[in-house]
Write a protein of this length. Structure first.
Length: 221
């Protein structure tokens, strides 16, 4: 078996930026790995999740319950595993993913009351890893950020790209619930938490990258 390292964080955490920085760093050092990004919006397996995020089942995230919505994303992950990286992983390769099952834990678990989430987390991991057969991650690197900082980043990005957010990104209350849910899940599953804010100020991207690079190298040992 290979190694599966997952990057996770709420929308606006800077996760995708840090994922790219790490992949570029590893590539420059000649490290052998495969990068995978979820969801795969350009593939047929993402059809249901795109309908969901575009609001075709309802503009409120709660219009689709946590268990049903999780299935949309799980199907896309299963298709990716079978089509793109199963062989490489089974032969011992290192996989880096931007999002994974852990995203369902955060973004779908946020729809539930705090006392209902642990049951959902355990169902989710059993569903995807035991029943569907996806590999469980060896390491999850979770970028922790306050909702206010994340919302500011999202608004700046949308203004720069002249885009609007999906049904998750448009709801500030939902974003705060995702932060709380991420904290619960990270404690339950033992994720590596990287704090994006220190002393009330956002940490520099290079500072975060160095911490993440060291975590990744340690988990490869």
């Amino acid at each position: 078996m290979g190694r599966l390292v997952v990057f996770e964080g709420i929308d606006g955490s800077g996760k995708s930026t840090q994922f790219k920085l790490l992949c570029d760093h590893l590539s420059s050092r000649g490290r052998d790995f495969m990068r995978v990004t979820f969801p795969r919006y350009d593939k047929p397996s993402s059809s249901l999740l795109k309908m969901y995020l575009n609001g075709e089942f309802g503009e409120d995230p709660d219009a689709v319950n946590a268990y049903a919505a999780s299935s949309f994303f799980a199907v896309d992950r299963f298709a990716s595993y079978v089509q793109d990286w199963r062989g490489y992983y089974l032969e011992g390769g290192m996989i880096l993913t931007d999002r994974y099952t852990t995203s369902n834990a955060i973004h779908q678990g946020a729809k539930l009351l705090p006392e209902q989430r642990e049951r959902f987390f355990k169902w989710l991991y059993e569903y995807e890893f035991d029943l569907i057969g996806l590999p469980a991650p060896d390491t999850v690197i979770y970028l922790d950020i306050e909702a206010a900082h994340a919302a500011r980043r999202l608004h700046a990005r949308q203004a720069e790209t002249d885009t609007t957010g999906d049904i998750h990104e448009k709801d500030p209350t939902y974003l705060e619930q995702c932060v709380q849910c991420g904290e619960q899940a990270s404690k339950l599953f033992g994720w590596h938490v990287v704090r994006c804010v220190a002393d009330g100020r956002e940490r520099a991207a290079d500072d975060l990258h160095q911490e993440i690079y060291e975590l990744t190298m340690n988990c490869e040992l």
